[in-house]
Design a protein around this ligand. Structure first.
Ligand SMILES: [Zn+2]
Length: 92
């Protein structure tokens, strides 16, 4: 029995000729970190020499969120990864 709509190897290859993943265009920022071009630098928050992301505010926000998350985890009774690390270090 022959499947009428089945694509042969040649047709499959033709379709997939455009499916390759291209590498991301990475550039070097003035701060020394690598960043993806046409995107703001994740390290210093600059784009084209001008501040776009408020790095200080972002780090503060992240710290606040991690703190909140850990307190919630402790409150719910699940042990966090931090507690385990402390135990292992205490044993040593
Ligand atoms: Zn930068």
């Amino acid at each position: 029995m022959v499947v009428r709509m089945r694509a042969n190897r040649s047709k499959t290859g033709m379709r997939r000729s455009h499916a390759a993943i291209s590498s991301k265009h990475v550039s070097k920022c003035s701060c020394g970190a690598n960043y993806i071009s046409h995107r703001a630098c994740q390290e210093c928050g600059k784009y084209n020499g001008r501040m776009v992301i408020d790095i200080v505010a972002r780090t503060k926000r992240e710290q606040r969120r991690t703190k909140k998350r850990t307190t919630e985890m402790r409150a719910s009774g699940r042990d966090t990864g931090e507690a385990k690390e402390k135990e292992t270090t205490a044993k040593k």
